[in-house]
Write a protein that binds this ligand. Sequence first.
Ligand SMILES: C[S@@+](CC[C@H](N)C(=O)[O-])C[C@H]1O[C@@H](n2cnc3c(N)ncnc32)[C@H](O)[C@@H]1O
Length: 288
Amino acid sequence: MPSMSSETAIGAASYDADEFGNDWWLARARDKAHQRAYQAIADAVAEHTTKAKVVIDYACGSGLLLARLAQSLPKTQLIGLDESVGMLDAARAWLGQEVGAEKALQVRLLRTALPDFDLKLPKADAVVFSFPDFRCDLDGKVIKALSKIHPEEWAWSKLASRQIRKQAVQDPDCDDSDDVFDADRLFYERLATRNMRKLVRKGGLLVRVDYALGKRKEWIDAYVGRHDWSLGSWLPDKLTGADRRKARFAEPIKAKYFKSSVIRDVHAQTGSDDCLDGGFIISALKAV
Ligand SMILES: C[S@@+](CC[C@H](N)C(=O)[O-])C[C@H]1O[C@@H](n2cnc3c(N)ncnc32)[C@H](O)[C@@H]1O
């Protein structure tokens, strides 16, 4: 089992010990709306990878998606990664209940903090990351350590942050003080995709599932930019030459919005009335 390096261990920020962590998630994510969402995600993965040998569920949580994938892709080796011990235990139990002990035991569940670059795994045909709730250290130590390990990514994320914030300032409907445009957030999310890109074969599938307040075409530019930068398919104008080629991880294939009450997960965490209506978006990308 891969171990967590000191640079990426997230300690007190773990899902295991958080108000909006394990217990909170387990109490809400098994309802009908979430179950429909996991089915839609499993269908999207199967649509693009009918003959997949290996599929990785990145930050697999309590195995809700893995159970659907095990049903949709019965011949595929499934691997679930997560940092939380409690979530992985819950995943094993849920898989046993949903697909039977024998099949459940064939799913590899591994503990690792994101983004860990030392994983030795077979190249996947697809890597899925659904409903990310990025947990990082509380005092910036992880970001600091990672920015030393990946100085280029850190510099690029600062460029992206500047351009995206400029777009936000120009848009009267956008709050440019929102910390989602901060370079350190963009950097951390980028590293997650970079990590996913390393786990998947060239030409393979990357799938990200994000909460969304509406259809992508209704998003304002700053949010499209932040989303696509973190997924490696949009690059800031100031990134040029060889860096530009290196920084591009993926090409978009399809993005589909689903209206769903799962958006209330965000309302429950933020208290924002803007998050009472919406749903989720499934973005499928080809790893380049
Ligand atoms: C909202 S849950 C989603 C779980 C699962 N993807 C799903 O759709 O049901 C977020 C998951 O991300 C994991 N996670 C958050 N930050 C992480 C990190 N830095 N490293 C590894 N896992 C992390 C948590 O442990 C949790 O299981």
